[in-house]
Write a protein that binds this ligand. Structure first.
Ligand code: AMP
Length: 596
């Protein structure tokens, strides 16, 4: 080997291998494409699963993975698990109360995730016998901007350049479809992991993957099943948290056994627990949780415009899909036996590796098209949501619109960037705001272009440009300022359907109101100026129509349809007046120029 070769592999980042990482709630995996094949890498103990657990010792030591997990029962408050449920979220959000306090431990969700990623990097470097510095990382399809950014930050903190963030079900589909490139198929990926549930409908065609829709619940997974079982087996007065670990082990065994005995001698130093749990009993306990996935599946199908019977395949991903009851539920829901050809723990990681292979050029003929989970837009006149990028748009994408000033001599415009499915701005989430300044002028004289671009990682950038002055304002979305509560992501979609009717009515009302408010003063002004050119009869009709609009506008109950009609009637009534106005103006202008 020559010195120049060494230099190349060690220091040139583009030639260092690109890792694929599944940063899971419960477990994480890392892999790489070697000689054209995606492989997952094992640690020194031969394990490919690294528990996503970090233990912070009193002496300042940090243990990651299996070693950390072994400390959990001894020091639950110093052992951080399922931190993915907290990443990119504001403190105190959500219903999940972890048994540890990150602040007390002097850490953060990003820092904890970085420890797990550092460990995966070390596993890869040991297996590959060379330094690595680049990775593709997967996240749940429902992760918002802040959560994707936080994941990226964690990678950077771990010394990895994150080349791409990929949605987990998309990665799983990639793993599933790689060996079937010639097929044209529609598939659903049902992913029930440790902490999250995702459902995606995808279309695969000649090596192209397109996500047609995604839905899910960021607060539903195996952890919840464990807690439900623990609460059931915990003796009166005992803290159910003590029994979560035993419950999880029993739950796993019940996937292959009909009945198990949970034995915990002297669990608190004095009392012992010995209880028999059957598979049927477990099913009764977890049924309501598993059934919560149903509505999301139906929603994803309807968003994709695909009927269950049109699907070629339903793919199961995530450790919790090993549960026979979950499989039955999916079979019944989609009217077919689900495909279990993938190892549910490894499919996502394998997909991440495949994506890494595509990016680094070692795998060709596959192209990945992902979609945005929620609509993005800005608030416009009257508090309405103006969608710029609709949900389920393929990313990366760019879209924009031109806006103008609503009143004369306005000098700036506040642009509120919103995410959500509701018609009214106030019902959606504000991602950030930016003020654009422009020279004062007449109404409609300003020209502000607003452009949204979402990169391949699903991260949003907003650019506002005053096209008159050429001045650009770029909106930096502050990660921590994103006021998004995860549960509300699903709630948002559910509510947008529930309120579709009222929302639409409110939108029509607002539009009609804006129109009426514009119409009334201009009609009044015209009557005052040119009133002598209409007959008394015409005048009465116009005044009557204007009065009608006014009454509806001021009515306590918003009757959008009637206001719209009244506006149209007023428009009609003033037609003659408008024609005469134009004629008169022309006459005057011609007269001024001495032509008549
Ligand atoms: P994942 O996030 O995909 O790694 O899934 C982890 C979840 O799968 C945890 O909640 C595990 O308890 C659960 N799990 C793993 N294996 C089994 C099994 N054989 N039966 C039931 N649940 C399992």
């Amino acid at each position: 080997m020559q010195a120049s070769d060494l230099f190349d592999t060690a220091l040139n980042p583009s030639s260092s291998p690109l890792l694929g990482i599944d940063l899971g709630t419960t477990n994480s995996l890392v892999g790489v494409v070697e000689s054209g094949f995606p492989i997952l890498l094992a640690d020194e103990e031969g394990s490919r699963l690294t528990p996503s657990a970090v233990h912070y010792g009193r002496d300042g030591s940090v243990l990651v993975g299996a070693a950390a997990l072994r400390r959990r029962s001894l020091e639950p408050s110093r052992t951080v698990t399922s931190v993915k449920r907290l990443i990119g979220r504001r403190g105190g959000e959500g219903d999940w109360q972890p048994p540890y306090d990150l602040r007390e431990l002097g850490t953060s969700p990003v820092a904890v995730s970085a420890e797990v990623l550092k460990r995966l990097k070390a596993v890869a470097e040991r297996a590959l016998e060379q330094p690595v510095s680049r990775a593709v990382i997967t996240v749940p399809a429902y992760f918002n901007d802040a959560q994707r950014n936080a994941t990226k930050q964690a990678g950077e903190l771990a010394g990895l350049t994150v080349e791409r963030i990929v949605s987990e079900p998309t990665a799983a589909a990639l793993a599933y479809g790689l060996d079937k490139l010639a097929d044209r198929k529609k598939i659903a990926v049902y992913d029930l992991g440790g902490g999250t549930f995702d459902i995606s409908v995808l279309e695969m065609r000649e090596g192209v993957f397109q996500v047609l829709s995604t839905a899910g619940d960021t607060q539903l997974g195996g952890d919840d099943l464990d807690r439900a079982l623990a609460a059931k087996i915990a003796p009166e007065g005992a803290d159910p948290a003590r029994f979560v670990e035993a419950a999880e082990a029993a739950k796993r065994r019940l996937s292959s056994e009909e009945s198990v005995r949970i034995e915990l001698p002297f669990y608190d130093g004095r009392n012992s627990l010995s209880v028999e749990v059957t598979r049927a009993e477990l099913e009764k306990i977890i049924r309501p949780l598993v059934e919560r996935t149903r509505a999301h599946c139906l929603r994803a199908l309807s968003d994709a415009g695909v009927k269950a019977e049109e699907l070629d395949e339903v793919v199961l991903v995530g450790g919790s899909t090993r549960i026979p009851f979950v499989r039955q539920h999916v079979a019944q829901l989609f009217g077919r036996e689900p495909n279990t050809s993938q190892n549910p723990d490894e499919a996502v990681a394998l997909g991440a590796v495949i994506q890494a292979g595509i990016l680094s050029g070692s795998l060709r003929n596959v192209l990945l098209l992902d979609v945005t989970p929620l609509s993005l837009g800005i608030e416009t006149f009257g508090g309405l949501m103006n969608v710029i990028i609709p949900r389920n748009t393929t990313i990366p994408c760019k879209a924009g619109e031109m806006f103008t000033n609503a009143v004369a001599n306005q000098q700036d415009m506040l642009i509120r960037v919103l995410q959500g499915e509701r018609e009214l701005a106030k019902d959606n989430w504000e991602l950030g705001r930016v003020v654009v300044h422009f020279p004062p002028g007449a109404k409609g004289s300003a020209r502000v272009g607003v452009q949204f671009s979402i990169d391949a990682n699903g991260i949003l950038q907003v650019l506002a440009r005053d096209t008159v002055t050429g001045q650009d304002t770029v909106l930096e979305i502050q990660n921590t300022a994103v006021d998004v509560d995860d549960e509300r992501v699903e709630q948002m979609i559910a509510e947008s359907v529930e309120h579709a009717f009222e929302d639409m009515n409110e939108r029509i009302w607002t539009e009609a109101k804006l129109k009426a408010e514009e119409l009334l003063p201009s009609v009044a002004a015209a009557l005052e100026q040119f009133g002598d050119s209409v007959t008394a009869e015409e005048r009465a009709v116009i005044e009557q129509a204007a009065a009608e609009v006014k009454v509806l506008l001021e009515a306590p109950v918003h009757d959008a349809a009637s206001l719209k009609k009244a506006n149209a009637a007023l428009d009609d009534a003033t037609q003659e007046l408008a024609v005469r106005l134009v004629e008169k103006a022309m006459e005057e202008s011609l007269a001024r120029r001495g032509l008549v």
